[in-house]
Design a binder for this molecule. Structure first.
Ligand code: FAD
Ligand code: FMN
Length: 763
């Protein structure tokens, strides 16, 4: 087969090698614009896993690469005058130039033709003259642009500015991150050794800082001199060096995240950065390029037709590429938003940095560096006021809000049971909440409990508007207080436009088959074309509903609840004021966000006035309508939280969505946690994270990284009321209290957990 590889980077060269290894009769030519030894950049990082893949593919080049590796295990973070070191991370680095030289040598040995200093203007003549054209022409691929209508690329130019420099200063003991605060803003470096003499030194900062420094107007020399001044304390008198003289201007770049809908067209296939890019902060670009080269060479060999090989290659690689791109996106987003985290204590900042891609979990960090993680856990416990000296997971640290102390960070999220009779909780609720309170969570929320009969979502919803409701709730609260050390929070709400609908397991949000009652909302916008058109509330309605919230608050206090939550999320009445998707009012309660918040804040202030000063109140919000610019977006949620904080709300319960049928949520593990993270770290307000958090590991990493103060689990608590106690047993943590009658069950569970077994329902 006659093959042309356009571009002599890792993808093009390694594909040429891999194809030749599988069939030496292939006629392979690599066409590269640069000379053999002039390459931009400095060192690249490869993982152990990639090395194994390379070894299996071609032991010869793998040995040569290994011989030239610089290895290191530690990550050092310089921040606020401290150097925090953690170990067990296992990296190896190699000079990019060295890597390419080794690959060029190996390619030559195998009979690959290398044509340097040849600019590819168009792939078309190569496609006509070859059986296969591998477009490996890098991030700014000309071939991808030439056939853009077929490859359908999507390029997202990211916010930070970076410049890829080198230095003779030694960073051979650790992969080093340096965060420096300057008059012009924060600027940071990623530094790692890649051969005996040289280290990579990538400098990065926000666009705003870059502008303030005036980097855009500087020559490369001036830029470098400025970076040398900024990082002088770390450079030991060594210079910073550029080898990007071929780039115009100051050589600062923005990283483009590239995705392509298709990776092949006729006999042309995209590979490496040309097909998909992964941000340098997770050091995976070279890995992706080389592993894709192996995969394509395999299929070229195993499949009967070129098209079949392309299909298999794309199918095989796309998932891995998306996985890494997702980690890379988390990582680059962390750096883009790093100024949000620069108030954190160095311990927490370091943890946040290490877990930024969300590929490294809490327990994985323990495997890497137990003593560092235990130090961080001890720090967390001390911050929570615990000084027992015993190291415990963050989820088992107490938390205080006003005079309320919850024993740990696990919260049973509010979950409608649809089991009430005329708003009155029944024995179902007693058993349900009683079980969850016995199950170890520090705080149990009751379901959205409605302030009036017409404020119920469904006929099965609980209320707080009649004396018998208060009495029935008091029975439940008394049980929780008498038999457990959990605290219990009353969530109060009004269904608004989503009222008069069916039970959760019937047709959710659909109107009742019969017996509908009139509904109201901020504006007369129905939930869906099938739902009733709500009455747009007038001032009289607003006064009445506010007073209903006040009356319900007083009942919740008399019933003995420890905490109150106002439900301002999920499209219900108060939420219908906040989101512009449903608030079309033209009075002072519509229009700007401040106006839309006016009524929910009025209700909060009225409730706060009658709720005892020593007890906290939280507010649940939808931090994202998932409807783009038309609805609430995470940045608006920060403003909402600021207004709540100023009004005296103690903690923001950060949910998202369910405010409109137009929503297009992006689900995933912990998918709403970024909103909590943002609110907590931009406003300083305490937050609760919720949404697809189901492993103890998720909880610990959220807490330890400072992404929330409490963590709500909803569905996991339906499946297992004893979720927290099972987690404690799995960690062999003996300090979570069990109800005395259950001690034999506890002892068996701990014994089994210690042997690595479970009773079949462990978390
Ligand atoms: C700052 C920075 C740090 C990085 N750090 C790491 C790291 O630590 N680990 C890691 O794995 N990856 C890292 N990468 C990414 C890595 O460099 C790339 O992902 C990897 O090189 C991709 O290989 P490639 O062969 O697809 O593209 P490239 O390496 O870009 O190779 C493409 C080649 O095509 C040539 N070319 C382009 N257009 C033409 C044309 N029209 N005619 C002829 N030749 C052409 C180019 O000269 C180049 O040699 C980093 C990238 C950056 C920007
Ligand atoms: C059956 C059920 C009922 C729910 N009822 C409420 C509710 O009354 N109030 C509320 O704020 N959220 C309610 N939610 C949302 C949950 O509190 C939680 O935010 C959501 O389920 C995401 O958490 P999870 O992924 O842990 O389940 C309910 C969820 C479920 C599954």
């Amino acid at each position: 087969m006659k093959i042309a590889c356009l571009g002599g980077g890792p993808a093009g060269l390694y594909f040429a090698i891999s194809a030749k290894l599988r069939d030496s009769s292939h006629d392979v030519t690599v066409i590269e614009r640069n000379r053999p030894d002039d390459t931009f950049g400095w060192g690249v990082v490869l993982s152990d896993e990639t090395l194994q893949n390379i070894s299996a593919n071609d032991p010869v080049s793998a040995v040569a690469i290994r011989r030239n590796f610089a290895y290191w295990d530690d990550i050092a973070v310089h921040y606020r005058g401290q150097r925090v070191l953690s170990t067990g991370h296992g990296f190896c680095g190699i000079g990019r130039r060295k890597l390419l030289t080794l690959l060029q040598q190996r390619a030559r040995e195998l009979g690959v033709k290398l044509r340097f200093e040849t600019e590819v203007e168009s792939a078309a003549p190569f496609a006509a003259a070859h059986d296969l054209v591998v477009a490996a022409d890098g991030l700014n691929s000309r071939v991808r642009a030439e056939f853009a209508q077929h490859f359908k690329p999507d390029t997202d130019i990211r916010k930070c500015k970076y410049v890829w420099l080198g230095t003779r200063q030694k960073f051979d003991d650790a992969f080093t991150f340096i965060f420096e605060e300057t008059e012009d803003g924060w600027i940071w470096a990623h530094a790692y050794q890649f051969d005996a003499q040289t280290a990579t030194f990538i400098v990065e900062c926000s666009e705003a800082t870059w502008r303030k420094f005036g980097f855009g107007e500087m020559t490369q020399e001036e830029s470098i001199a400025t970076c040398e001044r900024v990082f002088a304390n770390y450079l030991g008198g060594h210079a910073l060096m550029s080898n990007a003289r071929h780039l115009r201007g100051s050589a600062w770049l923005n990283f483009p995240r590239v995705l392509c809908e298709k990776w092949s067209h006729e006999n042309i296939v995209l590979m490496g950065d040309a097909a998909a890019s992964a941000h340098f902060s997770i050091g995976s670009g070279t890995k992706l390029a080389m592993e894709s080269a192996i995969s394509m060479a395999d299929y070229l060999h195993s499949e009967a037709t070129l098209q079949a090989a392309f299909d298999k290659y794309e199918h095989d690689r796309r998932i891995e590429v998306l996985r890494l791109q997702s980690a890379a996106r988390n990582s680059l987003a962390w750096f883009e938003e790093v100024e949000r985290y620069l108030h954190l204590d160095p311990v927490q900042f370091n943890y946040s940095l290490l877990t930024r891609s969300q590929r490294i979990s809490h327990e994985n960090l323990r495997l890497r560096d137990k003593s560092w993680l235990e130090g961080a856990e001890a720090w967390f416990q001390q911050r929570a006021g615990v000084n027992t000296g015993r190291v415990r997971r963050p989820m088992f640290a107490p938390f205080r809000l006003r005079d309320l102390t919850v024993k740990n960070r696990i919260v049973v999220s509010p979950m409608d049971q649809y089991r009430a009779v005329d708003g009155c909780p029944t024995d179902w609720h007693l058993v349900h909440y009683g079980e969850r309170a016995k199950g170890g969570a520090g705080l149990v929320f009751i379901e959205m409990t409605c302030v009036s009969p017409e404020g119920r979502i469904s006929p099965g919803c609980t209320g707080m508007y009649a004396p018998e409701h208060e009495a029935a709730w008091q029975r439940i609260v008394d049980f929780v207080h008498a038999e457990t050390d959990a605290k219990i929070c009353c969530q109060l709400g009004h269904s608004g436009p989503k009222g008069s609908t069916q039970l959760g397991w019937e047709e959710m949000d659909a109107p009742l088959k019969e017996g509908n009652w009139p509904v109201m909302a901020a504006s007369d916008v129905p939930w869906s074309p099938r739902n009733q058109r709500p009455k747009a509330m007038d001032r009289g309605d607003m006064d009445r509903v506010r007073d209903q919230f006040v009356a319900a608050t007083m009942m919740a206090e008399r019933a003995g609840f420890d905490m109150l939550e106002l439900h301002c999320a999920h499209g219900y009445l108060l939420s219908s004021f906040i989101t512009p998707l449903t608030n079309q009012r033209t009075d002072e309660y519509g229009g700007t966000l401040a106006n839309r918040m006016r009524y929910p804040l009025e209700v909060f202030r009225a409730a706060r006035a009658v709720w005892p000063p020593h007890k906290p109140i939280s507010v649940r919000i939808s931090a994202n309508d998932w409807a783009g610019g038309a609805g609430i977006q995470p940045q608006d949620a920060v403003e909402i939280a600021r207004m709540l904080q100023e009004a005296g709300v103690d903690i923001c319960d950060v949910s998202a969505g369910q405010t409109s049928t137009l929503a297009r949520p992006v689900y995933g593990r912990m998918f709403q946690t970024p909103f909590s993270d943002r609110i907590r770290n931009e406003t300083g307000m305490a937050t609760i994270a919720v949404g697809n958090i189901y492993e103890a590991d998720h909880v610990n990493s959220i807490l330890m990284a400072g992404r929330a103060d409490l963590v709500c689990l909803a569905r996991p608590h339906l499946a297992n009321p004893y979720w927290t106690l099972h987690a404690a047993a799995a960690f062999n943590d003996p300090d979570e209290g069990w109800p005395a009658p259950y001690y034999p069950g506890r002892d068996q569970l701990y014994r089994l957990a210690a042997r690595g077994e479970t009773t079949g329902s462990s978390v």
